[in-house]
Write a new protein. Sequence first.
Length: 249
Amino acid sequence: MVFLTRLFFAFLLSAMALPGVGRAAGERVLRVAVLENSPPMAYRDAKGGLTGFSIAIMGLLCEEMRVSCEYHVTTLDDIVDAVAAGEYDVAAVSLLDTPERRAKLLFAKPYFRSLSLWFAKPGLQPGQSGFRIAVVHGSAQERFVRARGWDLVGVRTNGELAEPIRAGLAQAAIIPMSSALNLMKMPEFRDLGLVSTVMHESELGGDASFGISPARPELKEQIDAALERIKRNGAYDRVNSKFLPFRIN
């Protein structure tokens, strides 16, 4: 009897560890790809939980659609191909709509408007030769720099963009506005003595959207409708105020 009891509990514990166990029967689950080192859009809080503007907005959308968000951390250089391949259903990342991405993904309605900032040592201007520019692998900023044949140093996350400059490997960086605002709060970044300039090139700014797997085309209409609802009911504005020091809606 004792042996059977132990066997039952061992089976129960094993079953609880299986993916999906513990969810209500029939509960719809979205596999959502996110970043974890791109504050204030996506990052880990003091307790290690995922948070940030993009993740909070995705959470609201899942609530509106009555589905469960199952978050999977990845990096920007992997996220588009992984969602395109159906590994994830949604990329909860502020993706600019480029021809390359449009060929692979569906795009939800824009939820954010982005622009990019040039940070460099005084006197260094975009297009000058003889120095390197830090960008995130897989980003619109990397695509922009490569298209012009400029020398670059790639990093995997927005939170790492200051490191090549601090190490002397790069002398400038092109940084999304939201990430730049977060970096500018840090004394170690301010101590680099960089000068910032808004970059007005169309490839580096504009409406940003969540990406959707082409294997789940029905999600576009559902996410678009949910986004409109959270904008109307005030939930979007509350998240905006919590994570960003400016209004984007």
